[in-house]
Write a protein that binds this ligand. Structure first.
Ligand code: FEO
Length: 396
């Protein structure tokens, strides 16, 4: 069945129902994903983006139901990462006369991934256009959303924005439009995607949205390269602006890793104190909790507390990985603190505090450490700190 995105624009991508991790093992895709490619039919035929390695034949088969794949005139590569460029060699073998269109950095990416294949490459920048006949492909560079090579393709005649990774979700479904599935599901997956991929580039997200607004482009549809198409573009644009500006709720995320249970006792006392102040809190133990889900939950929470017991005089390894990830993601507008138990001495808490600081989290100073196991007085101290922290979260 053909899937029309706009007049003479069709989805010809692939659904990956099976994938459960992405970007190595940094991101869990519990619901799979899609690799979206779009075929634009006009006097000239353009394919915008391709699919991951292993899905090229599925895409070419979809194209074949609409048009002769050997007659593709333009192949636009909005982004060179392999989940979108993986099938470029198959397309170029099928339609060797096609011009491959990409940004300057995109050309570098593709040449380094695929070597010199003799492809006819056209480099484009913001404002450049390719006329297909009735329709035009207009390009907007979008560096660091999320790679230096990233760009958007816009088709003014149908008010369609094809922004590649931006506004995407890792979500495999039988549906192709966001308004056809549960709103919480699609926005939840979009939030997870933003938190784990685009969070570090929030200032650029705001700048790009403002730039596009200044251009006065009419946008009726946003069709990203993963997941579902937005027929109500304001829904995802407003969500992106809120996330990029650090919009958050009075909510706390507590994450900990424990060796013999003492750090768990501290975590539970903190949670008790936070609850007593009527503030919503989520508690996650590592490594049994999924790191990318915890990051997603943190997106709209104002407070974060991290705890670890001690291994080799430092924090446990899953907490180290979590904080390293957080440092790279640069969450916006959070307050936080570190806690934990220790045996004979530890650099775990100062190191966790340092990582939080490097992530941009504003630290609330407090002694939140116990030797071996917290006694009753210490547990009372943690409950009181939880209350105090919750009040700070409410006041922000
Ligand atoms: Fe940056 Fe979906 O690849």
């Amino acid at each position: 069945m053909e899937i029309k995105i706009a007049e003479d624009v069709y989805w010809v991508g692939a659904i990956d129902w099976d994938v459960r991790t992405f970007h190595g093992y940094t991101y869990t895709t519990h619901r799979g994903t899609t690799y979206n490619a779009y075929l634009v039919l006009d006097e000239k035929v353009a394919l915008v983006d391709t699919v991951n390695v292993g899905f090229g034949q599925e895409m070419l088969k979809r194209i074949g139901k609409l048009s002769d794949p050997t007659q593709i005139d333009y192949l636009v590569a909005n982004h060179g990462e392999m989940d979108h460029s993986g099938a470029i060699p198959e397309v170029m073998k099928t339609a060797p006369q096609a011009k491959l269109v990409c940004s300057k950095k995109g050309e570098q990416t593709l040449r380094q991934y695929f070597g010199d294949q003799g492809w006819d490459i056209t480099v484009v920048g913001t404002g450049d256009e390719i006329k297909l006949g009735q329709k035009t492909l207009r390009f907007i560079e979008a560096p660091m959303l999320h790679w230096p090579d990233s760009m958007f393709t816009y088709i003014p005649q149908v008010a369609l924005l094809l922004p590649n990774d931006a506004f995407g979700q890792h979500l495999a479904t039988s549906q192709r439009f966001a308004d056809e599935v549960d709103e919480c599901l699609v926005l939840g997956e979009a939030a997870k995607y933003y938190a784990n991929i685009l969070w570090p580039f929030s200032s650029l997200v705001i700048k790009k949205i403002k730039e596009i607004e200044r251009m006065g482009l009419e946008i009726a549809t946003i069709a990203p390269s993963h997941g579902l198409t937005w027929r109500n573009p304001r829904q995802i644009i407003e969500a992106y602006l809120r996330w990029a500006q650090g919009g958050a709720e009075p909510r706390v995320v507590v994450v900990y890793e424990t060796m013999w249970g003492s750090t768990r006792h501290i975590a539970h006392a903190l949670v008790e104190g936070i609850q007593q102040e009527g503030v919503e809190v989520s508690l996650y133990a590592l490594p049994t909790s999924d790191r990318s889900d915890v990051i997603a939950d943190l997106l709209e929470a104002r407070g974060i507390l991290v705890g670890s017991s001690v291994h080799n005089n430092d924090m446990l390894l899953n907490m180290a990985a979590f904080l390293e990830d957080l440092k790279g993601l640069k969450p916006i507008g959070k307050i936080g603190a570190a806690f934990g138990s220790y045996g004979w001495g530890s650099r775990a808490i100062p190191h966790m505090e340092e990582k939080l600081r490097q992530a941009g989290v504003e630290l609330v100073e407090a002694d939140l450490s116990s030797q071996f196991a917290p006694d009753e007085d210490e547990l009372e101290h943690y409950i009181e700190f939880g209350q105090d922290f919750a009040r700070k979260v409410k006041e922000r």
